[in-house]
Ligand binder design. Structure first.
Ligand SMILES: [Mg+2]
Length: 264
């Protein structure tokens, strides 16, 4: 049974003082998590991203030469599609972030999501509704791994679909892909973006991580990347694609976790 938004954090995150965790260690509240949980600014910037995208949508549908995948060519006769990440892009997992006992595991994340009602990122559900009503197919690519238990082939997939529905986005399993769902679908999302781009003109990308837009953004390289990322070359990657930010590529803020935390 879902228990709604009730969260009993291990410390009091609205007090900027150290607190004691369940294992007895001292932990300072995460300022990034506090910002997502408490700030009006988080609400405002999320709305801003989705409103900007909504205003751009008609032109990107109409421009048959346009693709949000820089190397996609000759897609003018393909139906338009949008690719969106799930966590911290359309589903706000702040309660999990503040409530789970470290270290992070996908099993803990799935269990939490299975037993709690997902919260929406402001503006996301309205945007998806608009895109679909405009004839655009919306695909959700998540880094959540497909199988975290042995009993079923992909139990987290139904949890991801349910989270979307709880966040106000009607969805079924055909709309969602998880890491590892097919043999070469790893945590590097480029492979799955390319798969969708075989049959669709991808007009927009949405995510909270640079890896939702370009490959090779983590310190540890994952195929097809041959070298690991650094702070400097991640920034160079973002800068190289400046023309796309807010114009086909839409990034939501995540000061809590992400590939940016892996690099030096
Ligand atoms: Mg995400």
């Amino acid at each position: 049974m879902k228990i709604g938004k009730l969260v009993v954090p291990l410390c009091l995150p609205f007090l900027l003082v150290a607190c004691t965790t369940q294992d007895g260690s001292e932990k300072s509240p995460d300022l990034g998590a506090l910002w997502v949980q408490n700030s009006a600014e988080y609400h405002a910037v999320s709305r801003q991203v989705y409103r900007t995208a909504s205003m751009a949508l008609p032109a990107l549908i109409a421009d048959k030469a346009w693709s949000a995948i820089p190397y996609q060519n000759n897609a003018e006769n393909l139906p338009p599609a949008i690719i969106m990440d799930i966590d911290q892009t359309v589903v706000n997992g702040i309660d999990f972030e503040l409530g789970y006992e470290r270290p992070f595991t996908s099993t803990k994340h799935d269990a939490w999501n299975d037993s709690h009602v997902a919260m929406p990122v402001p503006g996301a559900s309205e945007f998806v509704e608009l895109a679909r009503a405009s004839g655009v197919q919306v695909f959700f690519l998540t880094g959540r791994p497909c199988s975290t238990t042995a009993e079923s082939s992909c139990p987290p997939k139904s949890i991801a679909v349910q989270d979307l529905i709880e966040a106000g986005i009607p969805a079924d399993e055909a709309d969602v892909s998880l890491a590892g769902e097919q043999q070469d679908w790893g945590s590097e999302k480029k492979v799955r973006r390319d798969y969708i781009a075989r049959n669709h003109r991808v007009i927009m990308l949405f995510g909270d991580d640079l890896g939702d837009f370009v490959p090779c953004v983590r310190r540890s390289p994952v195929a097809p990347c041959e070298t690991g990322a650094t702070i400097a070359n991640r920034l160079a990657l973002a800068t190289e694609h400046d023309a796309y930010w807010g114009a086909g590529w839409y990034i939501l803020p995540n000061p809590m976790y992400g590939s940016w935390t892996t690099v030096k």
